[in-house]
Structure formats: C-alpha cells, structure tokens
Design a protein around this ligand. Sequence first.
Ligand code: SF4
Length: 282
Amino acid sequence: MNRGKKIYLCAINNVLSGSCSEDCRFCSQSARYRADIDRYGFKSLDTVLHEASIAISNGAVGYCLVTAGRSLDDRKCEYLSRTAKELKKRFPSLWLIGCNGTADEESLRHLAESGIDSYNHNLESSEGYYPQICTTHSWSERYSTCEAVKRAGLMLCCGGIFGMGESRKDREELIEAIASLRPEAVPVNFFIPNPSLPIGERNIDSDEALRVIESVSRKVSPSILMVAGGRESLLSGREEEMYRAGCNSIVIGDYLTTRGEKAERDRAAIANLGYEIADSCS
Ligand code: SF4
C-alpha cells in the first residue's frame, strides 16, 4: 500500500560548532548556557569530504553544511563557497544545503554560484512567541532572510521547532507563516530538552506531533517535508503514522549536538514499511 512513495534521506554536518553569542533558548550552541557540547572552528576540507562520503554511503542524497552563529558573514561565505565547489566536484549529484544564519541576498547569491542548491533558515516559532525564545535578533530578520533566499535563486528550506512552551495557536501561526513563504522543503523539529537550556520540558506529545506534521503537509504542501530533531525521542514506534501524516524525508545520523538513530536502522524501517529510498534529490 505504501509502494511508490519515496523517502529522502538528508545528513547534517556541523562544520563550525558552538560559542555563539546569541541567546536562542533552545540552542546548546549558545555560549550563554554552557552546555556540554563539542566546540571547534571550521572543519578542514578533507574532513568534510570524508564525512560526506560516509553520509552518501548511508544513503544521504541531501547534505547540509551548518555553521553556528547569527549570520552568514564573509569568512563563512568564503569557506562555504570553497567547500561547496569541492563537494560538487567530488559528488556531483549530492544536493547541498547551507544553514548559516541570517544572510543578505548578495552572500546567498555567492553560495548559489558556488554550488549550494538550497538554504535552510527556520522561522523557529510564531512571530508572537519569538521574543520568548530569542531576544538578540528578531523574527522579522529571519523572515527577510527567507525572502532573500528566494530572490538569490536558491531553493528555500524553512521550518521551525515545536514544543518550546508555545500554545497550539502559536503552532498554527508558525505553520501559516511558513506557508506564506512557499518553501520547497520544510523541516519539522521537536524541542530536545537539555538541562543546560532555559527551556525546561518539551510541551508536545506524539499525538500532537503527528497533528503538526499533518497540518504542515496540508497547509504548506512542500515537496520535501522532513521530520528532523526530536524524531527519535518523540515518534519512535510511530514511524508509519509519521510517514502517512505527510513526512517524506528524515535526517539520518547525528544532529548538530545530539545523537541520532543509526542510519541502517532507519533504512531498514523505511524498507519494512514498503517505501522506496530516493536515490537523488532532483
Ligand atoms: S544563532 Fe544559531 S547557533 Fe546561535 S544560539 Fe541561535 S540557533 Fe544557536
């Protein structure tokens, strides 16, 4: 019954980690919360190429290059441009995603010309709830970056995080705001509690998580609806309902600072449900 639906696997590489001066209350990379994570400068090109080859052997068709910090500054832009060119040379069919904070159109255009295919920038929460989760930059900056992504000719990957204390109304407003941007891909994340972070518990259960996925599928209808952070802890054992609700993409391997499921387990679970694993993003 599930035959015909393809599931897209995406891997994340945190190429610059930690020590961010912003105060996003959900993020263990903010220096303010002293979370117990690895912090390091830009990874070497050889390391990124090696890690990309492992992700591809695990089935990844999308590869997201993430940097900690508020914005895509010149240094990051040059690093990403160099890295993207080498990745495309070595793995031409690998879909490359940049996730590097707020950005202007010119820098985003530079990434597009270097081989980056999509840019991920999440709205994170509804505009009304945003001041509860971040005070060092504004929701409108985030929204403007998403608009600049489209003008720069990149595909837009834009989603948010659910379960950070927001109300059901906030969730619906976030989904409507995402829909207004008409992104090609939407990552749906569920907050992962960490004792270092100011947000305590996650205020979402698995039934509500499935309802959120279904609502994103119905109201945004993106080509790619990815269930990302929090999937393992919230929807384990409910994967079939997750895919039926509209999910057609997952993150394989580890997240930015938290461990994910083993890639072979995810692939086996997808095959058991009768879905195909996509062999390219195009
Ligand atoms: S700007 Fe990015 S890296 Fe910095 S605290 Fe916020 S989410 Fe984390």
